[in-house]
Design a protein around this ligand. Structure first.
Ligand code: SDX
Length: 397
């Protein structure tokens, strides 16, 4: 489907100019100075979506109408991904961890030592795109293939950087279970696989967050799925977005004990630092995903002590925010207890952000499909605040 080539043709010379004026005037937007500007597009509606509803005021999150708490308790990532992509709840839906195409394994071997895991995942997706050549518009098959490929790629990268060979996926396992199996070279404890699957469900979708918006912008130009996901991974890498859970771990380590939390937090806020795992652009209530993941973490072995400290520190942080920022509701966000679950299944902190990307593949894919069906180029405007028009100085050449 390509735009008709008459769409941009110049108007016919014999067409009276006057007949264009009213139409042109009608379609021209108001001058930029008269239009509202919202830094960071805060509060701006940039799309209509049927995929996820983030109710910031009431701390609710729905995937195609289903509450996140019920999806974590009753669903699997395979079922949830299918729901996001098709709108259908299929009880038998599952995702199979995919084997890696040889070009991807070769590329992972060529990466420099100490490559950031998000850069490795982005590179793997890019090579997948060069090999698979997914054409626009993105399809459910394409997003299912990429979602099933990504965990195997990240696991292979992790083994290669540790001097180990990648292992083939046990395709009887879930996507989360297959990821742990390929990371560790042996089938995971079923409880750990279930906990990670729950994390994938929680991380799958969240409306027009920065990485999903990036994905939609790229799809809106009629570019391909691999390009869109590479852009999304780039956006998610930032510490203000998907990079936070790893920082939560180091933050709690730095604080040391709940007794030291009050002083540490006040000094950090005074420095203008962000307390990782708290605050959100949309939620003005407790992030329902944090509550869901705290419940998952409470059921995990060996996490009791870490959780005990995390809960006490959380109480201190929330009390201080209430005192110092009374006019801005700053609550716990998903990343705070995501750190608990990801640590609990044995992942090193630098794999937390790319594991978040593995989960979000489902939401990115759903939004790519939805954006393609809207087929409207995303191109906002900007208010010019630069120098007024002036002549280029002549230097008497
Ligand atoms: C995710 O959008 C999504 O849906 C994202 C996400 C998803 O699923 O895709 O939910 C995932 O990204 C969760 C957020 C993970 N990031 C962190 O935990 C990093 C710490 N959080 C902050 O950086 C911050 O809360 C943001 C970036 C998440 C949101 O920031 P906003 O909405 O842009 O708000 P802001 O930065 O303009 O802050 C408003 C005020 C400021 O105070 P003033 O300078 O006006 O006095 O609140 C303060 C901020 O200083 N503030 C914080 C804070 N969060 C806000 N101060 C200290 N620590 C914080 N965490």
């Amino acid at each position: 489907m390509t735009p008709s080539n008459t769409e941009n043709a110049p108007s016919k010379p014999d067409e009276p100019a006057a007949s264009k004026a009213p139409a042109a005037a009608a379609s021209a937007p108001k001058p930029a100075a008269e239009r509202p500007y919202s830094p960071g597009l805060e509060g701006v509606l940039a799309a209509e979506t049927a995929i996820g509803y983030v109710d910031g005021a009431n701390g609710r999150l729905l995937y195609r109408g289903y509450p996140i708490g019920q999806l974590v308790e009753k669903g699997t990532y395979g079922q949830v991904a299918e729901l996001l992509w098709t709108g259908e709840w299929r009880r038998t839906a599952r995702l199979v961890p995919a084997e890696l195409p040889e070009p991807v394994v070769c590329a992972l071997h060529e990466l420099p030592e100490h490559t950031h895991p998000m850069d490795a995942l982005r590179t793997a997706v890019s090579v997948w795109g060069a090999w698979r050549r997914p054409h626009w518009p993105p399809t459910v098959d394409q997003v299912r293939e990429l979602t099933s490929f990504a965990p195997s790629a990240l696991a292979a990268f992790h083994r290669i950087r540790n001097g180990q060979d990648p292992v083939k996926p046990n395709q009887k396992l879930s996507l989360a279970g297959g990821f742990l199996q390929q990371l560790n070279g042996k089938d995971p404890d079923p409880a750990a696989a279930r906990a990670l699957d729950a994390y994938f469900v929680v991380g799958a979708e969240h409306g027009l967050n920065a990485s999903t918006f990036t994905c939609r912008v790229i799809i809106s130009t009629r570019s391909d799925l691999a390009s869109a996901i590479c852009g999304a991974i780039g956006a998610l890498k930032g510490p203000l977005h998907g990079g936070a859970p790893a920082e939560v771990v180091s933050q709690l380590h730095e604080i040391g004990s709940p007794e030291k939390a009050d002083k540490w937090v006040r000094e950090a806020i005074a420095r203008g630092d962000r307390i990782m795992g708290f605050g959100h652009r949309v939620y003005r209530a407790y992030d329902p995903r944090a509550a869901a993941l705290r419940k998952v973490a409470e059921g995990m072995a060996d996490m009791a002590d870490w959780l005990d400290t995390a809960v006490k520190v959380e109480d201190v942080v929330l009390r201080i925010f209430g005192e110092l920022k009374p006019d801005r509701v700053i609550k716990t966000n998903v990343e705070y207890y995501a750190a608990a679950v990801l640590q609990g299944v044995g992942l090193p902190p630098d794999l937390f952000p790319p594991t978040f990307a593995l989960a979000r593949m489902a939401g990115w894919g759903a939004h790519a499909i939805e954006q393609a069906s809207a087929d409207k180029l995303i191109r906002p405007d900007a208010r010019y605040v630069g120098p007024p028009e002036t002549d280029v100085p002549s230097f008497g050449h």
